[in-house]
Design a protein around this ligand. Structure first.
Ligand code: G3I
Length: 351
């Protein structure tokens, strides 16, 4: 018996040349990533295999946020972050680190901190520079400032209008805290690419205008900003024209554009009786395809930092937990099997 590929024998194609298996990263003309969770990397071999096989970029979902990295003043914890960084190094993947400055995911000690503006500046700068220095050489890029702009009027978050929507950083550090965050991060790792990351560009024109104006002002001043993250927590009904306009406007800044947190909700209205049937799965697949195609046709090649989905399988998604609704927003199901959404995404990436 000659040596043969057992897989070919098993699939009945003995004699036919083996077809290379396509993966997201093998077809995409730019990096494709997922937000990952170190606990799942350590405990779930299916999850590990899918991330290592399909993606060439990872984003740290929660483990490099302020509450994870500095749970007490000047006491740093990089245990979760280091698991992700080691995984990425072992599998030759890019790391996009998330995030340094946000009005959420703050530990109690920051929320209760009292001090003058110098003391606030000190905790702000020390946090940024300690975390960036720890990750230096192991990450390619950072979301430096996350979600600083309000949805309603496009102004900087400041005092709370609705509970929890203000920014403690803007309140204590003044409006130029954003520029200083980028400068501090750049001082700590001059080799890292630095991003401003936000959501809503595809549905909120006021916010989009404000974001484009803000990054252009930062650029004119020589502040070290390299890219914009367009989160794209979207749904099956997201408007294609607005998505394209948003990508065009963001790309007009000349910066790198990262679709940084993509997921496609199939139940944006929170229908409690929803059934995730073939029709919904097919509409979701079409939307994944459309996002990838629109990105390719709209964002110039040199500005494509890539597309990252926010998590891997449906059971890992933040959406059901946060909105208290049923949903299945990701390309893989809860057992990390490819869904129609995966096939749609693959088609779009191949375009
Ligand atoms: O780890 C604790 C666990 O010990 C505790 O028992 C449990 C009880 O609720 O909470 C766990 O922490 C949760 C954490 O996710 C890990 O699962 C937090 O409550 C929960 O608030 C946290 O949510 C994260 C959220 O950001 C806030 O940090 C989501 O996982 C994460 O997907 C989400 O990501 C954000 C991006 O950073 C920014 N853009 C929007 C995106 C979605 O909200």
């Amino acid at each position: 018996m000659p040596l043969v590929c057992l897989a070919c024998v098993a699939c009945g194609k003995y004699g036919a040349p083996a077809q290379p298996v396509e993966t997201l990263k093998s077809v995409a003309p730019f990096p494709v990533g997922a937000a990952v969770n170190p606990y799942l990397l350590k405990t779930n071999s299916l999850y590990y295999a899918v991330v290592a096989t399909e993606y060439n970029s990872v984003t740290t979902e929660n483990v490099l946020k302020f509450n994870a990295t500095e749970p007490q003043l000047n006491q740093f914890d990089f245990s979760g972050g280091d698991t992700v960084l080691s995984f990425a190094a072992k599998n030759h993947m890019r790391v996009h680190a998330h995030n340094l400055v946000w009005h959420q995911a703050l530990p109690g000690w920051v929320l209760n901190f009292s001090g003058d503006s110098l003391a606030w500046e000190n905790i702000f700068k020390t946090h940024i520079q300690s975390v960036v220095a720890h990750c230096k050489g192991k990450v390619s890029s950072w979301d430096v400032v996350n979600e600083a702009i309000r949805d309603d009027d496009g102004k900087l978050r400041n005092k709370d209008v609705n509970p929890g929507d203000g920014s403690i950083w803007r309140q204590h550090l003044g409006p130029d805290y954003i520029a200083r965050a980028f400068q501090y991060a750049h001082e700590a790792d001059p080799g890292a690419l630095l991003f401003y990351n936000d959501y809503g560009q595809e549905w909120n024109g006021v916010k989009l205008d404000s974001m484009v104006a803000m990054v252009n002002r930062l650029k004119r001043r020589g502040i070290p900003i390299d890219g914009i993250g367009m989160q794209m927590h979207i749904g099956i009904n997201t408007n294609q024209a607005n998505m394209k306009i948003a990508m065009q406007r963001l790309a007009s800044t000349g910066l790198l554009i990262h679709i940084s947190e993509l997921d496609v909700s199939v139940n944006p209205s929170g229908d409690t009786n929803i059934v995730y049937n073939d029709a919904l799965q097919s509409r979701q697949a079409d939307m994944y395809q459309l996002v990838a195609q629109t990105y390719i046709s709209t964002v110039p090649k040199a500005q494509r930092y890539g597309i990252t989905t926010w998590n891997v399988g449906d059971a890992d998604s933040w959406i059901p937990h946060f909105y208290h609704r049923k949903d299945w927003p990701l390309p893989f199901d809860s057992l990390y099997r490819k869904k129609a959404a995966y096939e749609g995404y693959l088609r779009g990436l191949k375009n």
